[in-house]
Design a binder for this molecule. Sequence first.
Ligand code: SF4
Ligand code: SF4
Length: 451
Amino acid sequence: MFWFGFLGNTHIPHRKNTAGMAAEKIAPPGEVLLPMSQHIGAPATPIVKVGDEVKVGQKIAEASGYVSSPIYASVSGKVSKIESYLRPDGRTVPAIRIVSDGEMTLSDDITPPEVNDLESLVRAVRESGLVGLGGAGFPTAVKLEGVKKAKIDTVIINGAECEPYITSDTRTMLEESDLIKEGIDTLKKYLPDVRSFIFGIEKNKPECIKKLKELFALDEAVRVATLPSLYPQGGEKVIIYNTTMRVVPEGKLPSDVGCIVMNVTSLAFMAKYLKTGIPLVERSITVDGSAIKNPKNLVAPIGTPIRALIEAVGGLTEEGGKVIFGGPMMGQAACSLDEPITKTTGAITALSIKESTEPPVTDCIHCGRCVEACPVFLNPTVFSHALGLEGKDERVARLEEAKLGLCMECGCCSYVCPANRPLVQNNRIGKAEIREYKAHLIELAKAKEGR
Ligand code: SF4
Ligand code: SF4
């Protein structure tokens, strides 16, 4: 399939209040909670026990599969508990709680990795604990390893940052451009078949576009693509199409069309890790929203409770609204301010009671706005209708036929719906139903074979 023009056509307010604010490092929190699943793939396996003393950057959990990622202590102190943690998506995973000694003593094991080919680069990136810092959480090493299996000619650096409020990638582009350049040089060295590096940045960040254009002015392999400020430019399929005009078919990966997509902060972190050997133990994070007193960009240890971040920006203007991991379009609501930030939390958005009160849902008026808004040309009303069908077989067949798998849960359909219908929420329910149905079929097949 081929379209003309850009994908993505929903105007949402940008509210980039913190774009001009350099990230401030917060004081170490009293304790951190590190869930074993902060990435796509198998949860990590704890390798410490209650009572162990740990230092910053010490490995505390091992990756437990090919698609997995290790976890490192983000503060120095003592492991106080290994407990169950209920993630915002409803899954329960083990988590390691560390009481900080306030010292932030660095582990003696830290040493820059030796990298001299693609194999050793992938190994180093896997050990660094790096996963997609833009929110996707896919282990970066697995992406880089894909270069060996597929013919990759293009690396797209995602600097779109299209959600309202969030500016942590903006600050990376402005404050860490040297690391971004080093990251590109590393990829050029070890991915020799890649001919093109394309930064995709929304045009509402002119200072980032200018900075990167100047930085790579003499480099013909690097292009800075100015994307329209239309949500969701940062969606993987959207940014691939809008920078290369390549279409990732349903069920396929970016590597199937010769691309890998890397978040700009992930790229800068990779370069920093190769120099210092300090694994992923902290991240930059925007704390903003209508209920935040003094919005800021912060740098905080992974596992820091939301409460500590909100205190660091002067507190809330009112209690009782909604606090979200990420931005208001794709983020997930936190149940409590004691929940920790993870590797993929680029923002904490706190909304006022007024903004977070759901308006009443009314009947669909068949206006078609949700269809117009969908960046991948789906019809969200079909999914909602399919969920109402009687039999599970029929429901799943209809959802698959209508290509629910293509939905990137961007929320554009819900945002534009005048009847306030929970369209993206229905899509998530539909996806869960398909997953369960397939898992059930696999179990049945195994039972039949007597396995
Ligand atoms: S949430 Fe899914 S169906 Fe709705 S607009 Fe986004 S991609 Fe389309
Ligand atoms: S936007 Fe809302 S009201 Fe309009 S067709 Fe879609 S679901 Fe129905």
